[in-house]
Design a protein. Sequence first.
Length: 396
Amino acid sequence: MPSYRFRDGFVFSPDSPGWAAVVAQAYRGKDRPVCLCHTQGSEPPMYIAALKGAHVVKRMPLSGALHAPHCEHYEPPPELSGLGQVVGHAIREDPEAEITTLSLDFALTKGPSRAPAASVAAEHESVRSDGTKLTLRATLHYLWDEAGLTRWSPRMAGRRSWAVVQRELLAAAANKVTKGRALNELLFVPETFHSEDKAAIQARQAQHLSRLSDTTSARMLLIAEVKALEPARFGHRLVCKHLPDLPLQVNDDLHRRLTTVFRGPLALWAQLEETHMLVIGVFSQAVPGAYELESACLVNVNAGWLPFESMQEHALLEALAHRRFTKGQRYNLPSGRPLASAILNDAAEPTALYLVPAEAPESVETVIRDLADGSGLGSWLWRAREGEMPALPALA
């Protein structure tokens, strides 16, 4: 658990007696504590934010790499993932105002008529996004990072349920705004369904979705686990887990795009039965009580809800199940651009793990060497074309 030194020189941690009073007083006094995760050397600056009536110590923007690898505030250098392309542009954090502003490249209100799109083949996104706006996939990746769902340690095995995912996603969306609206108002993440609590759950859902009834132009953002994409009487429908009575209509054109663009992820989901398929999409109310999916992105996650892109990367995550690491994510980067699949935090030094697909050109390794040299971290490379995964760096 991290410890912080406050302005008066006293050191406290979240398990210290009177912690809530300490951070509340520091918040009122605009105190900027420092994190003591390093036994010597740098003391990364922090700030205090008010979230849902509580006070939370947060790291300053772009300071994650200054923390020790074991610290909960540690974040790999942003240039090792797609975060480096969007932070400061599509993601603008203001500690003074305690607000993070997100620029999205998809609409949450109905504009001029246009064909629905299945966002996100990475190559398609790289053409229409210049990095200054978040695509659907990048938005999911950002919230996954902010929720801490890309961090893994062995003690998390078997403890990450959808209830944990939903809770952390909603907490991550707090104090985020887009186009002048609070993201929490626009985001719908279904709660875990229990048949014995069905009436109360449906009442809470109806209240949250009532925004779609206010105006025909209203749209909301959905993040959920996919149960089935199946034929319906007219077109198709997307059925999400924990939403048994709320299927989303999918017209034939959007269904065709989804099954084409996400053919690979759907095949992985079918083959790896213990994994999950996530959907992030924009939806609207067709008629009262009936909802229509307008655009969507599908993302594979493993049994521990860690995103993966290929069979080899899934195998890498399985091999890392008993290690501590942070999963790297692509955001807006095209599929041909290399990135660190994971940052191993329990080796002798933080180590970036790179995976070279079998079909990748040789030039990819040159880019990886540049990334590794510039990151200041150790590096490990698996060339998938050579077959078996090499031994992972040893535990410290």
